[in-house]
Design a protein around this ligand. Structure first.
Ligand SMILES: [Zn+2]
Length: 95
C-alpha cells in the first residue's frame, strides 16, 4: 500500500488530510461536504455510493469519485472499479 502522510487542505489551509504522493491538491472532508451532499436519483448509483460515511471522511479518492458523479452524472468503468477496490480494501482494513 502507498505510504500516507498528512498534508494541509488545499482550500481551507487549516485541516489536515491523509494523502499519498499522488494527491497534489488535497481537500478535506469539511471543505467538500457540500459538494458531497448532492442528490443521486439513479437506484444503482444510490446503492453504489451507499458506504459508511467514515469512508468518505477518511478517503479523498472516494470523495472525488462521488463529486465527479454528482457533477457529470456518470462514471467511467475504471473509476467504478477503483472505487469498489478502495471500498473493499478499507473494509478489509477495518476488520
Ligand atoms: Zn479544508
Amino acid at each position: 500500500m502507498a505510504a500516507k502522510y498528512k498534508k494541509k487542505c488545499y482550500r481551507c489551509k487549516s485541516k489536515y488530510v491523509l494523502v499519498t504522493w499522488k494527491d497534489r491538491y488535497p481537500v478535506c472532508y469539511e471543505c467538500q461536504e457540500k459538494e458531497l451532499s448532492g442528490e443521486i436519483t439513479d437506484k444503482d448509483m444510490i446503492k453504489f455510493f451507499d458506504i459508511p460515511e467514515e469512508f468518505y471522511r477518511e478517503n479523498g479518492f472516494l470523495r472525488s469519485i462521488k463529486i465527479n458523479y454528482l457533477r457529470y452524472g456518470k462514471l467511467t468503468e475504471p473509476q467504478v472499479d477503483a472505487f469498489k477496490k478502495t471500498v473493499a480494501k478499507m473494509k478489509e482494513e477495518k476488520e
